[in-house]
Ligand binder design. Structure first.
Ligand code: HEC
Ligand code: HEC
Length: 445
């Protein structure tokens, strides 16, 4: 069959050629030199990636200035009428009261000296503008024209997920990346904006209602789901906002957020697009559900495509940096070591906490979600998410976010309240001493 043979000849020859070149390729390029340079490249790209991600986490606005500045005109409320904006302006004193933090390392040394001497006018909005010019307000970036006037502001991840160590003064110090800012009153800050109409239009309510919802959030809370379902309040009349969680200690944790919306990279894209109003792309068909997510379905928030995409190219490095953010160790003296050691045994034994909070992630490997009744609470917040469940909170670094309480809405003011809740729901029969030991352990994680 000569014809058939001819047909096979060409692929056979190609295969041979490929085989030979593969051998040559492996011989030439995959020897020890290749391996060494590959390892070096990997090492270098690890460092570059980490630095890139850190810069994104701290300083990138993802183009959000178009929303917060140009559209809501928040910068005008910051500078005040004296500087060409509107109203009294935002003094540094008020900014600090609203929980905004100042990065002392971004301040010129002359200003640091004056601050130490108490010679900086903390009641003048011009000082706030000067701080913005120095890129010293954590999580907020000012944009300036050639005359030095503030023309816009954008926001950064660090706004909610960073705080400072207060080393210079309360609210002024070195950055602590990944820590939840439980002082930050996001709602009150947004409510300062001269133009809240875009929120009113999106939610199909009036501006007064928007303001009422925002002002109900209070310190340390934010409601990322408002723009999906338009729910401002729970049935009991309390705000529907949840506590800002830390963005550290999440390595190995499967689902992110209190209600497990998705992976960390999923949520990063979600927040940058839908909450920060950066420019980019986001897709989640689960949100195209007029019953559960009427606002998202109506406004097409489940499929966002804004050009130019200033978010997607940054997601890989951002994720990499987040994974490097380990939960900080509890300082010696902040808990009773002996009691904590006893508490650890109770956590893993009698109290069965580790059934769900599996060390070292303190959440379940796998699908780390539970029905509301499993942990003995109402379903309001769970029902606002695709799985209608609560995610087992990864307990790392609990000691850094005791302000604002515990559980998604801060319903338990103290760790002892949390333990008492479990003691009742799971009928654990813990003695007062065992409860105390458990609390000391929780403070040490
Ligand atoms: C305005 C405040 C705010 C900003 C800005 C913000 N976040 Fe968040 N973040 C929150 C809140 C509140 C939650 C909890 C949401 C929920 O569970 O409904 C959250 C949750 C998270 C989580 C999940 C944490 C966990 O325990 O699983 C990660 C990760 C995260 N944010 C990363 C980011 C990144 C990255 C950015 C910037 C792209 C960012 N956030 C910007 C407030 C904010
Ligand atoms: C059935 C699984 C399960 C068990 C068992 C369990 N937890 Fe939890 N835990 C959760 C879930 C889910 C949440 C999140 C609740 C929420 O989002 O409101 C949580 C939240 C917490 C929080 C709040 C974290 C924060 O950031 O506010 C603490 C503290 C805690 N658990 C401690 C414990 C202790 C101590 C035990 C043992 C007595 C225990 N848990 C047993 C599932 C569990």
């Amino acid at each position: 069959m000569p014809r058939l043979r001819k047909i096979y000849l060409i692929p056979a020859l190609l295969l041979l050629l490929f085989g030979i070149s593969a051998i040559v390729f492996f011989k030439l390029d995959l020897g020890p030199n290749f391996i060494r340079s590959f390892a070096k490249e990997t090492q270098k790209s690890t460092e570059d990636f980490l630095n890139e991600g850190k810069a994104i986490f701290r300083y990138d606005t993802f183009g959000s200035e178009e929303f917060w500045g140009q559209t809501l005109r928040l910068h005008e409320a910051i500078k005040g009428s004296q500087l060409g904006g509107v109203g009294p302006g935002l003094s540094p004193r008020t900014a600090l009261t609203l929980g905004l933090k100042v990065d002392s390392e971004a301040l010129p040394s002359s200003l640091v000296k004056q601050l130490k001497k108490g010679k900086v006018n903390l009641d003048d909005p011009a000082t706030t503008v000067a701080l913005l010019k120095n890129d010293a307000v954590v999580g907020v970036k000012g944009f300036f024209n050639s005359e030095g006037q503030l023309t816009s502001v954008g926001i950064q991840c660090a706004l909610c997920h960073s705080t400072v160590d207060d080393s210079l003064a309360p609210g002024i110090g070195r950055r602590l990346d990944g820590w939840a800012n439980r002082d930050l009153n996001v709602g009150a800050i947004i409510a300062l904006a001269p133009n809240l109409q875009p929120f009113a239009d999106l939610l199909q309510v009036d501006v007064e209602t928007v303001r009422e919802v925002l002002l109900a959030w209070g310190p340390g809370k934010f409601d990322a789901l408002l723009v999906l379902d338009g729910k401002g309040f729970r049935p009991d009349g309390k705000t529907a906002a949840v506590l800002i969680p830390p963005a550290f200690g999440l390595t190995g944790v499967n689902l992110s957020t209190w209600t497990g919306f998705g992976s960390m990279t999923y949520w990063n894209a979600f927040v940058a697009n839908l909450e920060m109003h950066g420019k980019g792309r986001f897709l989640d068909v689960r949100l195209n559900d007029p019953e559960q997510f009427p606002v998202a379905a109506r406004a097409g928030l489940w499929n966002v495509k804004v050009e130019p995409d200033l978010i997607s190219p940054k997601l890989p490095a951002l994720h990499f940096y987040q994974l490097s953010l380990q939960a900080p160790k509890a300082p010696a003296g902040s808990f009773d070591q002996r009691a904590a050691a006893r508490g650890e045994r109770i956590f893993n034994g009698k109290a069965r906490c580790s059934n769900c909070h599996v060390p070292p992630m303190f959440t379940e490997p796998g699908f780390n979600m539970h029905k509301p009744e499993e942990i003995g609470i109402d379903s309001f917040q769970a029902d606002r998410s695709p799985e209608r469940m609560y995610r087992t909170a990864p307990l790392r670094g609990l000691w850094t976010h005791q302000k604002g309480g515990f559980y998604h809405d801060g319903r338990f003011a103290t760790l002892l309240d949390v333990v008492n809740h479990y003691n009742k729901v799971f009928k654990l029969n813990l003695s007062e001493q065992e409860k105390k030991d458990l609390v000391e352990y929780l403070k040490s994680i």
